[in-house]
Design a protein around this ligand. Sequence first.
Ligand SMILES: C[S@@+](CC[C@H](N)C(=O)[O-])C[C@H]1O[C@@H](n2cnc3c(N)ncnc32)[C@H](O)[C@@H]1O
Length: 328
Amino acid sequence: MFYVEILGMIPEMAKAEVQALAELGRGGVLGSDYLLVYGRAENIDALSRLGLAHEYGILVGSFESIEDLIEYSEGVEWRKLISGTFAVRKERMLNCSYEVENIDKRVGAIINSQGLKVNLSKPDTIVRIYCGRKLWLGIRIREFKGKEFDARKADKRPFSRPIALPPRIARAMVNLTRATREVLDPFMGTGGMLIEAGLMGLKVYGIDIREDMVEGAKINLEYYGVKDYVVKVGDATRIREAFPGKTFEAIATDPPYGTSTTLPMDRDELYKRALESMYEVLEGYLSIAFPADFDAVEVAESIGFKVLERFYQRVHSSLSRYFYVMRV
Ligand SMILES: C[S@@+](CC[C@H](N)C(=O)[O-])C[C@H]1O[C@@H](n2cnc3c(N)ncnc32)[C@H](O)[C@@H]1O
């Protein structure tokens, strides 16, 4: 069993991202308790790709009372789960319904009594206790530090434009495509989606109608160490012309939200034609963001897409959007 502590920003999208990656590991999500999502997968390494998460790990057990958790902890052979030194860290979620004041110390003492050494400042292994509707006991595998993502924010890229999505969201969008080999972004801009996909080891393809963006995206991809890319000038409404004869496992993209003053054609017309063009070259999933005042469901379904999910986000007073997951 695994657990993921998701971010609270767009929780339904974060859950869907966990589900997508669990599927890649031949498993799925079984449930959630506030911001803790848990499930089963044969291979949980795919979770190391997560974007909208604080951490993930192995779920040791869940309990409905403090006594049950303590009793269970006494029976665990901790040496099999912990290598090196350890620390127990508890998390009180907003819905925490237990008195957990000393629970970390009590579990720490049990583990310590089995001969394992505590190191509070730099432990090799972190034992986690989450308090929500239930009590959850786990071993952290990986924490996703904000700093790592911040280093790839729009204003930190060598070629910077204020048009890019936050890296954690771009990463989640790539993950929602369930890509295992390659991703295309036909509105790539500064390359945010491709940077995240490239860092996951996927081959990345991108086009943008503007030459300066293509040059800039190349600079950014190189800067973050992404080597396996093909980017060129191209029109998202004519993808086939940019990549003759090629189809793509997955597409993740964030089209411009601008008005007709900044676009060569009517915005809704651009979205429709781009969706048609993507449909022609796509083999699997499309993950795409649209402003909330564009109803993509009807347009996409009339083209042939199956719209699987959508997640709402209010960005600021004049911009709300939906993130869609579709399939051909
Ligand atoms: C919202 S931005 C994408 C931001 C991108 N995710 C990033 O990380 O920078 C949309 C991009 O679409 C490009 N664009 C607009 N119309 C296009 C078209 N018909 N074909 C391809 N790109 C287009 C714009 O030049 C812009 O760079």
